[in-house]
Design a protein around this ligand. Structure first.
Ligand code: LLP
Length: 387
C-alpha cells in the first residue's frame, strides 16, 4: 500500500501532532547494519538525530556505541544503557563541566577540534587525576554534495583542525601526561547520497595517515563520521538505506585493515519516524489552496530551515487528488511543509503523514509560539518475531 500502514483507529484517540515510530523497521535497520560491519569496526549512533529514550534503548540493546555532542547527550546515552567506553564525544565548544563529566564517566573518546581545546582537556584531566583518550577531528577540506547548511568538511567550516596543521597538534598531545593520542576523526557532511564523496574522504585519510606514519606517529583508529543520506522522495521504495554499498566504500578504499568507527544518525532513524498531524482548515487562497495543519515548524523545522523535502500524504482519504500548500499554525511565513503538494483531497480532521521524519525531527522540536512539544507513539516489536 503506497501510503504505508498506519494504525488510524489507534491514532484517533491521541492528541496530534505526534511522532509515530515504527520500531520493527528500526530493528531491521539495525540488523542490516550489523550484518554489514566487520568485527574490528564500531558504529556509534549519532544521538543528535533523535534522542528519544525508547529509540536510544533499542539502539543500545543492539550493541551500538553512541556519538554525543554535549553533556546532555552523554547523560542520555548512559541513561539508555550505552556502555561508557562506547561513547565518543565531539563538538567545537566543549564546556569544562562537560569534559569533566566525560572523564568521570569514563567515555571512550574525546574528539578534539582545536589546539585550545586540547590544552583545556589536559588541564581538566590533570585536575581529575585522569588521562583523556583523544582523537583529533581533522578538517579534510572535502565538499560533500549536499545542502549548504549541513556540509562540514570544507576549510571554511568551523569544524576540526585543518588537515595540514594536525601534525603539530598531535606532537604536542604526545608530550602531554594527561591525554592519550588514539586516532583521527572526520565528518564531511550529512544527507550524502553520492558515494564518490566518501571515496574522496578515504583518499584524504590515506594520505594523512601515510604522512603521519612517515614521521613515526602511529594512528590507532579512524572515525569516518556519519553522513549517509536517505531517499526522502520515495520512503516506501528504500525504507532501509543501502548500507552494503556505503560500508563497501570504506573496506575498499581505506588502506590497510585499520579499526574504523562510524557515526551514523539519519540513515538509522529517519525512515522509521513519521510526523502525524491533523488538518485544521482547508483555505482557498487567490491562486493556491492551503491545507493548514495542527503541526508547525516548531514540531519539524527541516523544511523551513533547509528547504528540506519530506513526502506528505493524506492518510484519511482516497478521494481525488488536489494540490495544496501544506502549512502550519506558526506566525511566520516560513512555516511551510511543502508547496503545491499533490495529495488526496483534504477535509478538516484528516490525518496527514509527514514521512521520513525520524531524524532531526523530534530532536530539533521547540516550544516556539509557546506550543507544547510533540508527543511520541510507537509501533512495538512483537515478541514472536521482528515483523
Ligand atoms: N558525526 C558528526 C561529527 C556530525 O556532526 C553529524 C551530524 C553526524 C556524525 C551524524 O550525521 P548523519 O549520519 O545524521 O548525517 N539538522 C540537519 C543535519 C545536521 C547534521 C549535523 N551533524 C538536518 O536536519 O538535515
Amino acid at each position: 500500500m503506497l501510503k504505508g500502514n498506519y494504525p488510524l483507529e489507534r491514532f484517533s484517540g491521541i492528541n496530534t501532532p505526534f511522532y509515530f515510530y515504527d520500531l520493527p523497521l528500526l530493528q531491521k535497520t539495525l540488523d542490516a547494519i550489523t550484518q554489514e560491519t566487520r568485527a574490528s569496526w564500531k558504529v556509534h549512533y549519532a544521538l543528535k538525530a533523535n534522542a528519544n529514550p525508547v529509540i536510544l534503548q533499542l539502539i543500545a540493546k543492539a550493541g551500538f556505541g553512541a556519538d554525543c555532542v554535549s553533556g546532555g547527550e552523554i547523560r542520555a546515552a548512559l541513561g539508555a544503557g550505552f556502555a561508557p567506553e562506547s561513547i565518543v564525544y565531539a563538538g567545537v565548544g566543549k564546556a569544562d563541566w562537560e569534559i569533566r563529566l566525560g572523564l568521570e564517566e569514563g567515555i571512550g573518546r574525546f574528539n578534539v577540534e582545536s589546539e585550545a581545546e586540547l590544552e583545556v582537556i589536559e588541564d581538566v584531566a590533570a585536575a581529575c587525576g585522569s588521562v583523556a583518550p583523544v582523537s583529533f577531528r581533522v578538517n579534510p577540506d572535502i565538499g560533500a554534495h549536499t545542502l549548504a547548511g549541513i556540509t562540514t568538511g570544507l576549510a571554511e567550516n568551523k569544524f576540526g583542525i585543518y588537515h595540514a596543521q594536525v601534525d603539530t597538534v598531535i606532537r604536542k598531545a604526545m608530550q602531554m601526561p594527561h591525554v592519550r593520542f588514539c586516532g583521527l576523526h572526520f565528518h564531511i557532511g550529512s544527507q550524502i547520497l553520492d558515494m564518490t564523496d566518501f571515496v574522496a574522504l578515504c583518499n584524504r585519510i590515506n594520505d594523512i595517515c601515510a604522512r603521519l606514519e612517515r614521521q613515526g606517529i602511529t594512528v590507532g583508529d579512524i572515525n569516518v563520521g556519519g553522513g549517509l543520506g536517505i531517499e526522502y522522495g520515495h520512503p516506501n521504495h528504500l525504507p532501509i538505506a543501502d548500507f552494503k554499498r556505503y560500508f563497501q566504500v570504506f573496506s575498499k578504499h581505506i588502506d590497510g585493515h585499520r579499526p574504523l568507527h562510524f557515526e551514523l544518525g539519519r540513515s538509522i532513524v529517519a525512515p522509521c519516524g513519521t510526523l502525524i498531524a491533523r488538518v485544521l482548515y482547508v483555505k482557498a487562497g487567490l491562486s493556491r489552496q492551503f491545507a493548514i495543519l495542527d503541526a508547525g515548524m516548531n514540531d519539524l523545522v527541516r523544511p523551513a530551515m533547509y528547504h528540506a523535502v519530506h513526502r506528505i500524504e493524506n492518510l484519511s482519504s482516497d478521494g481525488p487528488e488536489a494540490a495544496y500548500d501544506v502549512v502550519g499554525p506558526i506566525c511566520e511565513s516560513s512555516d511551510v511543509f511543502g508547496k503545491g503538494i499533490i495529495m488526496n483531497e483534504c477535509r478538516r480532521g484528516d490525518f496527514i503523514a509527514i514521512r521520513s521524519a525520524g531524524a532531526y525531527g523530534e530532536s530539533m522540536a521547540s516550544c516556539y509560539n509557546a506550543r507544547p512539544l510533540p508527543g511520541a507513539v510507537f509501533e512495538e516489536i512483537l515478541e514472536s518475531g521482528r515483523d
